[in-house]
Write a protein that binds this ligand. Structure first.
Ligand SMILES: *[C@@H]1O[C@H](CO)[C@@H](O)[C@H](O)[C@H]1NC(C)=O
Ligand SMILES: *[C@@H]1O[C@H](CO)[C@@H](O)[C@H](O)[C@H]1NC(C)=O
Ligand SMILES: *[C@@H]1O[C@H](CO)[C@@H](O)[C@H](O)[C@H]1NC(C)=O
Ligand SMILES: *[C@@H]1O[C@H](CO)[C@@H](O)[C@H](O)[C@H]1NC(C)=O
Length: 371
């Protein structure tokens, strides 16, 4: 018996060390999903899952509620049928200590071209793409999303997760100005989330942070969209959903975008707070509207010119924000605070050139800014 066990152990070591692929394809054969009808059985019984070339039927969510500790790999193209108008999401991934990875060359294709009409959220019937609710050291790496119908990735109720090496490519939506509200990453009610080493090409916020704490973004390349944003005050009634603190953006590039950095609080929300936010080493290039825009007058999805103090911004650090702007509407810094809405701004090394309009600050002047 001892000897028999030893042989199994040795055999396993030989296989896993000399040929991990051989090992995985054989032992995991029953855990590979190639058709939608296999999803539930596999997800309920396996902890080492491959999704290979899956076509998700129109109007269905690929729901992956994974067992704790699961490894999931996407191979080939995962496509999402789009004959039906609906709200999605196209895929949800839930779990604790899960590890989701895209194999080289793999893609998830949201087929946004079938939905885009130049109206975004205003015209319903477009699905959100990718929802994550994960905890306990979960990782999501090397995921390539193509053509989000509208918002790309939303992270909610998550704790201790890391996303790295993503490509979110909605650049096709630039054509004829058809893609709208294609936010890259939206984060709410989450703690200890890191998103790093990723590329986002879209038509709305590259990152939009709504609520949570200890959220970190680094080495992002944002192109074509609306910049690195905070948007706080989504709830009109529950102030606990309007709390944001301890957020860092470091070593990011924002290029050919409407804004570089956009901090907005919602004047039509109940109370809330924004504390201890840092943007550091942010390179801007080809920004058309605002290099840095801080506004406390967001209501009903746009600014209304009447800033309020209901969600005070306490502690906003800008350090080494450099770059250039382009076009007739370009303004390096625009600040519109409530009468007592902004405090604790520590800004240094803000150097944004090429603006066509003078910077403009209302009710609060950040240190070192000529406005
Ligand atoms: C998941 O992958 C990691 C790293 O390759 C491995 O250590 C772990 O045992 C795998 N987990 C499962 C459930 O197969
Ligand atoms: C940002 O641009 C700089 C200068 O071009 C480059 O060195 C750096 O690698 C870029 N970083 C990212 C995340 O794209
Ligand atoms: C501010 O946030 C950073 C990043 O999460 C954190 O390291 C630091 O301790 C926070 N500062 C305070 C005063 O809480
Ligand atoms: C500055 O912005 C405020 C708020 O939008 C506006 O009322 C004011 O006219 C602007 N000042 C200039 C000189 O454009």
């Amino acid at each position: 018996m001892w000897c028999f066990n030893l042989i199994i152990v040795i055999t396993t070591i030989v296989y896993t060390t000399s040929s991990p692929l051989y090992d995985e394809t054989n032992l995991g054969a029953g855990c590979t999903i190639t058709s939608y009808s296999e999803v539930n059985t596999v997800v309920n019984s396996c902890t080492n899952i491959i999704i290979n070339g899956l076509a998700v039927p129109p109007g269905k969510t690929l729901e992956l509620d994974l067992k704790s500790g699961t490894n999931l790999t996407f191979q080939g193209t995962t496509s999402f049928g789009s004959s039906t108008k609906w709200e999605g999401p196209l895929i949800t991934i839930t779990g604790n200590n899960i590890h989701v990875n895209g194999a080289t060359g793999s893609k998830l294709d949201g087929q946004g071209t079938n939905y885009w009409d130049g109206k975004g959220d205003v015209n319903p019937g477009k699905p959100k793409f990718f929802r994550i609710k994960a905890t306990g050291g979960s990782t999501f790496s090397n995921i390539h999303l193509l053509n989000c119908p509208k918002q790309c990735v939303s992270i909610q109720n998550s704790n201790q997760i890391i996303l790295s090496k993503w490509t979110v490519d909605v650049s096709a939506g630039d054509k004829n100005n058809l893609g709208h509200n294609t936010d890259g990453f939206d984060i709410s009610d989450s703690e200890a989330v890191t998103i790093k080493d990723s590329v986002i090409m879209n038509q709305d916020d590259c990152v939009a942070v709504n609520s949570g704490k200890h959220l970190h973004f680094s080495n992002l390349l944002c192109s074509g969209g609306h910049g690195l944003s905070l948007s706080v005050g989504m709830s009109k009634t529950d102030s606990s959903k309007n709390q944001l603190s301890d957020v860092t953006f470091t070593d990011c590039n924002v290029t050919n975008s409407r804004n570089g950095i956009h901090v907005k609080t919602h004047s039509d929300a109940t109370q809330g707070s924004v504390n201890n936010i840092t943007y550091k080493n942010i390179h801007l290039n080809g920004i058309t509207n605002y290099g840095i825009n801080v506004q406390q007058d967001y209501a009903g999805g746009s600014s209304n010119g009447t800033p309020t103090n209901n969600i005070p911004i306490k502690g906003l650090t800008m350090n080494n924000i450099i770059g250039t702007m382009t076009g007739p509407n370009s303004e390096a810094v625009f600040v519109l605070c409530g009468t007592s809405g902004c405090s604790g701004f520590d800004w240094s090394g803000v150097s944004i050139t090429g603006a066509n309009k003078a910077s403009n600050c209302t009710n609060f002047k950040p240190p070192g800014i000529n406005c």
